[in-house]
Design a protein around this ligand. Sequence first.
Ligand code: NI
Length: 388
Amino acid sequence: MPVINRIAEFHRDVTEWRRDIHAHPELLFDVHRTAALVAEKLKEFGVDEVVTGIGKTGVVGVIKGRKSGSGKTIGLRADMDALPIREIRDHPYKSKTDGVMHACGHDGHTAMLLGAARYLAETRNFDGTAVVIFQPAEEGGGGGREMVKEGMMERFGIDEVYGMHNSPGIPVGQFALRSGPTMAAADTFAIDIEGLGGHAARPQRCIDTTLVGAHIMTALQTVVSRNIDPVESAVVSVTTFQAGDTFNVIPQTARLTGTARTLSADARDLLEERMGEIVRHTAAAFGAKATLDYQRLYPVLSNHALQVEFAGSVAAQIVGDNVDMEMPPVMGGEDFAFMLEARPGAFINIGQGDTAYLHHPEYDFNDEIIPIGCSYWARLVETAMPAG
Ligand code: NI
């Protein structure tokens, strides 16, 4: 059974919504226009309850099946925010906001979940409750965490929760997922170094913070290569190094920032601990002082085995054998991890074909996959809670 016929019929409508959202990208929690559009559409579809302002600008819609009292409640989640990237392609629905674009396909995720909500509200061919979740601030703001913190799972009685992301490089008509750790814990760090500034021709009177920073930066790379178990996965990337303003002054201070990724809680603890030791002691070896400010952002996204089996079987209803149940984990982070900490569920990747990669200025969501994604959402609800 491939794409649902009724859903194929409104492919054009969903494409229009997608392109409208694409032309009006918004950042982090400031997704006011997008959230208003989502709420308006849900009401138009006859969704039973529409709640706005959850997790600042998140929107939740409740769709009751034929016997909503007796069945389960399944949450389906999409993200609404864009990225601070300048779009370089020149299609008719190009971003109208300079320097902001939908470079991760969240425009497509939002439109596909709206399409599924329209179908589910129209057909109600299930026995239970579907909760459609539209979250803000996936790209670094923790919008999913905010929604969970505000008690969304309890308030709507959500038993299981599912997420989906488009994936460039995976062919159209394919899905991929895995059980267990799937995406990395994504943390950030800042290292502040204090030395002794002075004349660059008299280094003996100074404590050179640029040299200390260089040693710290190099030593940090030994955490992954020498401390983390080689069969584990971890990344430490120093991405900025700021020090000094001119060529003949040794700067008093220097600052390094970067990101750290791990696929297990143990590796995450070890990495933070070792980074702290290296930062303090390397600086001390040169007579400088340095501090590590390590911020834990998103936890490891860990899929639950039972729900992965189920999600894979639903995807197979749409695309047959083209479901990879053992995709390799990736070191990118995902805010949906907070929802999977709160409830069992699964995060699936939907193939978007051979396009520019996520977060690239040439990226564009592939509208061809809309009926596949909408059908997956609809069948997930209908299969999890079959109408009696
Ligand atoms: Ni994304």
